[in-house]
Write a protein that binds this ligand. Structure first.
Ligand code: GLU
Length: 273
């Protein structure tokens, strides 16, 4: 039997904090104790927020923790063609559509919907896509794209869910409400998620499932904040015919106020004073 394969997959868009250190060490220890492999993957698809100095500090910090990973390290920015191909496959199956609203326009639409009743939020508390772009006529759509308008590519969630056969995943940790064992994915909670942007032919959801499959990852151990994102990942695995890893979501390291650490709120770096 082949050994289990674990991975730690940080985005170099800030310095690692204690939560990342915990997750990396947990994966590394589980791999060692089970005679498994441990991979490091750099999730650097966002050219604006990801910076080389953050990537360098990831390597330094993990070395400082005594973690050893296999070479070469996979860097997502070097594999955009692979993600584009997957996107094309979904598109040929009629599961992708372009939408053109700016952030400000989307906010206005959500505000209007909220006035008419509470507009649904996703598990991260973001509003579901409020627009009607799915029904734009083909001619108008290609004219907009030809005119150079910015756009994002969304998954037609209703069509995608109708196509998927098995949306269960095996959870070896526990979800926010203690969900464990066989968990039913609920991708519809996320609405028509963005899978790519005009300038970037991928997204976190798309590249994470493709890379986990390409790298033969069998055990995904990550923070509880990504528990319900697994729903979208299971759906994409089904649509793209990818194998099903086992998941384990661990609790988050919190600050003195009980808030989860985050790079964006300048949480104390794991390795500074
Ligand atoms: N790159 C993601 C992050 O830094 C983690 C992805 C994952 O573990 O699935 O939050």
């Amino acid at each position: 039997m082949s050994p289990p394969v674990f991975r730690f997959a940080p985005s170099p868009n800030g310095f690692l904090h204690l939560g990342h250190a915990y997750s990396a060490l947990l994966n590394f220890d589980l791999a060692r104790k089970s005679g498994g492999r441990f991979l490091l993957r750099i999730e650097d698809i966002d050219p604006i927020r990801c910076r080389p100095e953050y990537e360098d500090s990831i390597y330094e910090d993990l070395e400082w923790l005594g973690i050893v990973w296999e070479q070469p390290v996979r860097r997502q920015s070097e594999h955009l063609e692979i993600y584009r191909d997957a996107l094309d496959r979904l598109s040929h199956e009629g599961l992708i559509y372009s939408s053109f609203e700016s952030r400000a326009q989307s906010k206005k639409l959500v505000d209007a919907k909220d006035k008419a009743g509470v507009w649904p939020r996703d598990p991260d508390n973001g509003p579901l896509y409020p627009g009607e772009a799915k029904s734009i006529a083909a001619g108008e759509r290609s004219a907009k794209i030809r005119s150079g308008a910015p756009y994002v590519l969304r998954l037609d969630m209703a069509a995608a869910c109708a196509r998927a056969r098995n949306l269960m995943w095996i959870e070896q940790g526990a979800g926010p409400d203690g969900e464990t064992g066989d968990v039913a994915a609920k991708p519809e909670q996320w609405g028509d998620v963005i899978l790519a942007r005009k300038e970037t032919p991928t997204s976190y959801h798309l590249s994470v499932v493709i890379d986990d499959a390409l790298q033969g990852v069998t055990q995904i151990v990550r923070g509880l904040d990504l528990f319900w994102a697994t729903s979208v990942h299971r759906l994409l695995q089904e649509l793209l015919g990818l194998p099903q890893p086992v998941y384990r979501h661990h609790s988050l390291v919190r600050d003195e106020d009980g808030k989860k650490l985050s790079k964006s709120t300048m949480a104390r770096s794991a390795f500074v004073g």
